[in-house]
Design a protein around this ligand. Sequence first.
Ligand code: ATP
Ligand code: MG
Length: 466
Amino acid sequence: MITKFIKRILRRDPMVKHTQANNTGAPKRIPKKAHRIDPHLLSKNAVKVTHALQQAGFEAFIVGGAVRDLALGISPKDFDVATNATPDQVQRLFRKARLIGRRFQIVHVTFFGKGHPEIIEVSTFRALLDNAGDHVAESGRILRDNVWGSQGEDAARRDFTINAMYYDPSSETVLDYHGGMADMQKKTLRMIGDPAKRYREDPVRMLRAVRFAAKTGFELDGATRAPIAKLGKLLNDVPSARLFDEILKLLMSGYSWAAIQGLKDAGLHHGLLPLLDHILDTGADSKGANDFVKLALANTDERIQSGKSVSAGFLFATLLWPDLLKNWKANSAKGMANIPALHDAMDDTIATQSSGMTIQRRFESDMREIWSMQPRFERRVGRYPYRFIESPRFRAGYDFMLLRCATEELNPAIGQWWTDFIATDVTGQDKLMAGVKNESGSSPSPAKRRRRRKPKAAVPPESAAS
Ligand code: ATP
Ligand code: MG
């Protein structure tokens, strides 16, 4: 009854024109025994979405990265659904559905359960750009921006063969238009169509190639890899915000160290993060910096792989720290006082970074906060440490400081002291304070020289450091 009603309502919609199916060919239908996808790895909500759409008479599949991950036996972090229903038709089927985007409308269907709400992203099969061209002139803006196509076209405009498979949870069948499953078995990452043309259309696909290779451990197919050396410079024309999103995905993939090595091998690291330029290019010269970044990335990968959260601000703070440290030391060598030298170095580091790829403001303020906390760990006098550990962002600064200790850029005894300090009670803290009087830690600034000339500046004023 309800299904019939829904179908009737939906038919009142003026159907948005779908382009003619082009010669993208019939998909290979892969049955369960061949793809071996474990239905337990499916999101129940994604299955609810495909079922509801199918019940209403539409085609609906789980698509893209989720199918790739399922076929790899990995639990996907999010689920996308592709359908021949238009966004309006999708929206009417679900209570919590929101139309997102103007150029490319998609629908976010939200489910509230235990824990975080889950968003299933539902997109309508989209036409290939070449075919859409005809619609542009005659159909006006809306149609130009939302030209729907056949499933075959939708598959052809995706990036890699392993990202272009469609899974129907009802029949447990995978529809494979471009040999994605065979490539999975060969552990090959292959671009659909002519790779050079696809990179020119969207240079970000080069970064995606590196990210997926790191994540899956697959090899880039020769023809997919070959044009990257020549076309890498096209990344310079990509808007900074988009580049930032993709780099963030790469760093948060759980395989960031492998991905960064992949960027280096592909020659794609120039201009993305200045630190990558000199760390990856200078190798042994910057061993200390290299160790620090490597450790930070390994730490991030481990956290992500074990399902823990990672703060992007913290991560960028670590990636730019070697640069910052160099600038800080240079400022101190010029005779600047410790804290102004640090703040000046922060500005310089961020300005240099922004000339390549701007880091979003909200992350930038986290970075500044973490960095400016660092000198405070060397200030173990009076009531200061007791107050410091109460500050809301102490933990981020402390974790960062421990990384510095792990690479011995900061005296590891200082890290141990703070670890003990936060683990003990007031009596224990008093004892630790008494013990610190004769001890001295390492500092990146020439504190001793400064102390002789300007005794008061040796201990940073609390306000300047917060
Ligand atoms: P992840 O696990 O990182 O989310 P993903 O493959 O799901 O990987 P998304 O960025 O979420 O990556 O994109 C979803 C799907 O959309 C991809 O699998 C691919 O089919 C398609 N896609 C995304 N970006 C592009 C692009 N730049 N060019 C072509 N197809 C793309
Ligand atoms: Mg995805």
